[in-house]
Design a protein around this ligand. Structure first.
Ligand SMILES: Nc1nc2c(ncn2[C@@H]2O[C@H](COP(=O)(O)OP(=O)(O)OP(=O)(O)O)[C@@H](O)[C@H]2O)c(=O)[nH]1
Ligand SMILES: [Mg+2]
Length: 495
């Protein structure tokens, strides 16, 4: 659904905002989603600049713009660029912009209220609180409007000249107003001023893409270790995008959309076996890492703590078919009793869907926290890949390079860092190839930036190995302490 806002009204609002063409994406509509403050916040918090538009039965259209994100933190938000506006009055065009005068009180972000402009002594435009049911043909909003409290209402002498003396609306819509990707200049362009960059990142472009491809192609384990490849384990909930990340990385190197790992959506994991993918360049040269795809985590099924431990320590052979009900055991013929350093995992990458981070199953989260502890115990390195950032933030969907400027993504990164106890530099936002028919430079760059970090962490693991064990080849295969751990496990399994 595109919403009720006409093209000419959009153009008028673009003119008011004054930063060139915008893309209007409908986030919330009371006729579609219900008139409820909870739904408004679910749909509109942390979405960057938005415009709220109200329509009434008399044919008047009016509302407010804020370049700040809505949130549910119960405070006033400062925004020098906010304004209220009128577009139509009683069916006739009457475009008027009412700029903010008291910038500290531009919008009020209260979870039990819908969009609220103004604050402190009075709210200039307070739309509604709680839930409002439709009465006949309109919604009787329970908010109020105060003339000139924090916005300059030049050209009208009262709110009656805007809303016809009532808050009976036929529709209230909130649109995100992103930069049109095609009109956006390089990262120093004027449009960027609206975004707060949370992550330092290089200039996106083909030069960066080529540099990353070359750098990653040249990365390989230290020759003293006599290792061909770094081993990277991808683990995370069902449908998080583990297999899609494998395909995205393969695509970036092949220069075409690659479909090596099977992806899809099912109630249980789509991936059933342990597959270690090597990645090749356009000219078919093998790169020095393997991405190991696993079965998705479920509360009571699939990989459990013991199986994860076996995976990280290299006891699970490639192509192993995961048994949803039981983990691989020492008795299993395929069990790798004495794994070499090459079979051990050097970096564990937790793969999490950024758009559903807050809805993660608590039991799956508990499992993953145990996995984090096990990984840290063995000194294996870890990172967190945040997928589906295009779903988490509609502006990022338009151009994934906005990932490092999106307040919504920044928020998700901070939350993920707290949930997993990982430093923020190890949290890597990506958008996997999924609907695209053709390659996209920015999708490649995000995946390559993430992969480069992961391989640096794997190299850190190797540094630790060299430091701790010395470089005697035999000491790199299997240690006596591993034998002792397995013996005690065998004892507990048979008990
Ligand atoms: N929009 C969007 N969709 C994605 C992204 N990554 C994956 N998907 C979609 O999410 C669904 C699940 O992706 P998979 O890669 O199969 O997920 P998985 O983690 O391997 O899932 P299991 O093997 O079932 O555990 C597929 O429909 C993908 O197309 C992304 O970054 N953005
Ligand atoms: Mg999969």
């Amino acid at each position: 659904m595109d919403g009720k806002l006409s093209q000419s009204n959009k153009e008028q609002l673009e003119y008011f905002v004054g930063l060139g063409p915008r893309r209007f994406t409908l986030l919330y509509s009371i006729t579609r989603d219900g008139c409820s403050s909870d739904t408004f916040h679910q749909r509109c918090d942390y979405q960057g600049p938005t415009v709220t538009v109200l329509y009434n039965q008399q044919g008047s259209v009016y509302g407010g713009y804020t370049s700040a994100s809505w949130s549910s933190n119960g405070t006033n938000t400062r925004d020098e660029k906010a304004f209220l506006f009128q577009l139509q009055y009683s069916g006739s065009n009457r475009p008027k912009k009412f700029p903010i005068t008291n910038t500290a009180y531009s919008i009020y972000c209260e979870p039990s209220y819908g969009p609220m402009f103004g604050g402190y002594t009075a709210y200039d435009m307070n739309s509604f609180s709680g839930t409002i049911n439709k009465s006949g043909t309109y919604y009787q909003l329970n908010g109020s409007c105060t003339y000139g409290a924090n916005y300059a209402m030049s050209g009208v002498s009262s709110w009656n000249e805007i809303h016809n003396g009532n808050l009976q609306v036929t529709e209230l819509e909130v649109y995100s107003v992103c930069v049109q990707p095609s009109t956006r200049s390089a990262s120093t362009g004027t449009d960027d001023k609206e975004f707060v960059a949370w992550g330092k990142h290089p200039e996106f472009g083909d030069e960066l893409r080529q540099e990353l491809l070359q750098e990653i192609a040249s990365m390989q384990p230290y020759s003293e270790l006599k290792l061909q490849e770094y081993r990277v384990l991808l683990i995370g909930p069902v449908g998080a995008g583990k297999s899609s990340f494998v395909n995205t990385v393969c695509s970036a190197f092949k220069g075409r959309i690659v479909q090596r790992a099977s992806c899809g959506e099912e109630q249980h994991s789509f991936t059933k076996s342990y597959q270690a993918y090597n990645v090749k360049t356009k000219k078919n040269a093998s790169l020095h890492f393997r991405l190991c795809d696993t079965r998705g985590l479920e509360p009571d099924l699939g990989i459990n703590i013991k199986e994860f431990d076996y995976l990280v320590n290299g006891h699970v052979p490639e192509k192993y078919e995961f048994n949803a009900e039981a983990s691989i055991s020492l008795e299993d013929k395929m069990f790798v009793v004495k794994p070499s350093l090459a079979e051990k995992v050097h970096c564990v990458v937790f793969v999490i869907d950024a758009s559903t981070l807050n809805k993660l199953d608590p039991d799956v989260m508990k499992k993953m926290k145990e996995f984090v502890k096990i990984t840290a115990r063995g000194n294996t390195k870890q990172a967190l890949l945040l997928t589906k950032i295009d779903i988490a933030d509609s502006c990022v969907k338009e151009s994934p390079k906005h990932a490092f400027k999106s307040r919504r993504i920044q928020d998700v990164v901070v939350t993920a860092s707290k949930m997993f106890g990982f430093p923020r530099y190890s949290i890597l936002p990506v958008k996997n190839y999924e609907e695209e028919a053709e390659m996209r430079e920015v999708v490649d760059i995000l995946a390559l930036l993430a992969l480069r970090k992961i391989l640096h962490f794997a190299e850190d693991y190797m540094d630790g190995i060299l430091n701790d064990r010395g470089i005697g080849a035999e000491s790199l295969l299997y240690s006596e302490s591993d034998d002792l751990a397995l013996e005690s496990e065998a004892a507990s399994e048979s008990a």
